[in-house]
Design a protein around this ligand. Structure first.
Ligand SMILES: NC(=O)c1ccc[n+]([C@@H]2O[C@H](COP(=O)([O-])OP(=O)(O)OC[C@H]3O[C@@H](n4cnc5c(N)ncnc54)[C@H](O)[C@@H]3O)[C@@H](O)[C@H]2O)c1
Length: 252
């Protein structure tokens, strides 16, 4: 893309998953320095999968402040600081409110919105001192639309979007931009697990594709490209926004 991100030190959460892996790959192509983190040990494979990339990896649960601290300190120790955050970790439980347990509610809100709060809270002090920084979160169409059987997930992505707007206002005067991408369905393990949980996965797949005016779902690199755009200087006057990357889903 040629976006000015050469040497930029970026922490990417959820980087062992479909979107995260594509973000890491895209950032390597831009010459960024990447601290890739995920709750699963397979995050370590990103180094071999991206030969020549400036990548360090660390396992951690971004719903826990102690792990977030450990991840931040690792990046600080290896890179000397953090210029940007991609808060991308997340997961879904597909249930209506009356079926959702308190534990399930908490786990989805923690994974999708508390993790964004905790990671942002940890990287912001350094950005405030520097007077520069950029944060991009992975939101969802579920953050702006009421989608069936996504009670906790819709609430969690709605909270994420509001925090994007709120932080954008608080930190705009400090040279820090905060944005999100709002994907429709993406071809990742996340979507596969969702389909597997449906009574008729094949019918679900056809229905999901048809719900997107473009008649298909996204490939992970299409979301990664939007994230990288928002991280870059090409988005220098954009803050507090969720860029919908949804094949037109939310346009109708
Ligand atoms: N796939 C879709 O259809 C879709 C649609 C809209 C938005 N999203 C969002 O995109 C983002 C990436 O999802 P994906 O599709 O790549 O899914 P994925 O399941 O392939 O990847 C998500 C990654 O997040 C990690 N993760 C989950 N909880 C974590 C925690 N507590 N700490 C650290 N890591 C954790 C997982 O281990 C996984 O590697 C998520 O925020 C998701 O909500 C996905």
């Amino acid at each position: 893309m040629g976006t000015s991100l050469t040497g930029t030190r970026v922490v990417v959460t959820g980087s062992a998953g479909g979107v995260g892996r594509a973000v890491v790959k895209g950032l390597v192509a831009e010459g960024a320095r990447i601290c890739a983190t995920d709750i699963t040990s397979s995050v370590a494979k990103l180094v071999d999968d991206n030969p020549g990339g400036d990548i360090i990896t660390i396992e951690g649960d971004v719903t826990k402040a102690t792990d977030v601290e450990r991840i931040y300190r690792f990046a600080e120790e290896k890179f000397g600081g953090v210029d940007a955050l991609v808060s991308n970790a997340g997961y879904i439980i597909s249930k209506q409110v009356h079926e959702t347990t308190e534990k399930e509610w908490d786990s989805v809100l923690d994974a999708n919105s508390k993790s964004f709060f905790l990671m942002s809270k940890r990287v912001l002090p350094e950005m405030l001192v520097r007077g520069a920084g950029c944060i991009v979160a992975t939101g969802s169409i579920s953050g702006v639309l009421g989608l069936p059987a996504q009670a906790a997930y819709c609430a969690s992505k709605g909270a994420l979007l509001q925090l994007v707007r709120q932080m954008a206002v608080d930190y705009a005067g400090n040279g820090i931009r905060v944005n999100a991408v709002g994907p429709g369905s993406i071809n990742t393990p996340f979507l596969q697990r969702y389909l597997d949980g449906l009574p008729d996965p094949a019918a679900g797949m056809a229905e999901i594709k048809a719900a997107h005016p473009m008649g298909r779902w996204a490939e992970p690199h299409e979301i990664a490209d939007a994230i990288i755009f928002l991280l870059s200087s090409k988005a220098s006057f954009i803050t507090g926004q969720m860029l919908m990357v949804d094949g037109g889903y939310s346009a109708r």
